[in-house]
Design a protein around this ligand. Sequence first.
Ligand code: NDP
Length: 444
Amino acid sequence: MNYIERVLEKLRTENPNEPEYHQAATEILNGLKPVCERHPEYEKAALLERFVEPERTVEFRVPWVDDRGAVHVNKGYRVQFNSAIGPYKGGLRFHPSVNRSVIKFLGLEQILKNSLTGLPIGGGKGGSNFDPKGKSDNEIMRFCQSFMTELYRHIGQDTDVPAGDIGVGGREIGFLFGQYKRLTGEHVGVLTGRGLSYGGSLARKEATGYGLVYMTEEAMRVRGDGFKGKTVLVSGAGNVAIYACEKAQSLGAKVVAMYDSNGYIYDKAGIKLDIVKQIKEVERGRISVYAERVKGAEYHEGCRGIWNIPCDVALPCATQNEIEAESAKTLVKNGVKYVGEGANMPTTLEGISVFQNAGAVFLPAKAANAGGVATSALEMAQSSGRLFWSFEEVDAKLKSIMINIFNNMSSAAKEYGVEKDLVAGANIAGFKKVAEAMTAQGIV
Ligand code: NDP
């Protein structure tokens, strides 16, 4: 057994029943083979063992009372994974599927993603198995206040700066921030994704989706190609999906389908995004309503069917493991040329192999969706400098960060002899900086 296999074996034994964490660790460590071969000192310093073990995991009770007076108890988590290059940074996810394994996979990915941005941020992630669907604003507020009543003692603007993720948008960040301020008396940049009236950054809302499209556009540009006239599938109908759709459309692409967790809409004339925004952002309704409002549009129950629609570009932007091997094969058969991961780990390991073996350009999440956290770091910079940059300034920085990440992951892949494998390239480029910082700081 080589070093990487031994580390993975230990990780699986010590962390049973954590399949998402195993999946992410396997993808990352397998991509690091050429680096470990070149740096035998990493093994002596147990660098990989330390890298895959969170510095700290906090699990806590979140009790709250619903509008009828019934008491509920949810689980809360914050995994402070790695602070070698900066304060822990990573979102909070509120979704019934959240558990320790999901938060650890997200946290591990986040370390390398944050490193790739070139900005001084370490990796962390958190959340709760609370389901915000169908809850009133008051219930959401009470839950957020209870969640922060425990979390506040573990975070800080220079130690750990959470943000949003699935189920945590502007409304939740507002309630969380309000409670943090009430408990500490400090109005500081301890959360990102804040509203513009209390320290947020312009273009943060758009950043992950726009960033994904900027990177995909760059991958197309180096091949003499572009978005104009391309048929695009975007899964999800949340923050990342909506702004990926918006930017792709503005570059001349036709986005024909999107989904939420119940089913997908297919509009061969091209999705009318203002209607999707109205349904999902304003009414917090179901995407099925789109087909009732738009003539010629279809709604289909269930999500997987979306990948049967022929397209040039697939942008999975909902959740983990949306595209398994079968869906990947169908996409390839129908001629997909570019796959950009907006969500975290939306493609299974087998699905990734299908795309790579078919020669499709596959842009892995930790690079392709890094625009959100990069802009969060820009929000932190504005907070500490008491500055407020224009939309154009932030957007221009975002675009240049995404192009840099693309170039860095492409050159890392080339340097380590895995030229076409951008998954390995992203892992290597992100890991090199973390490994250097961990080595410099001794055995900690
Ligand atoms: P949102 O909660 O805004 O949207 C998520 C969307 O995906 C919703 O439309 C939701 O459906 C759908 N969805 C969630 N779970 C499932 C599921 N199991 N099956 C099918 N559809 C599902 O989240 P975000 O847009 O913020 O996040 C989406 C992804 O992007 C996540 O993987 C997140 O980790 C990743 N990401 C987000 C960043 C950000 O800045 N927000 C940054 C980097 C990555 P419904 O409407 O029914 O709830």
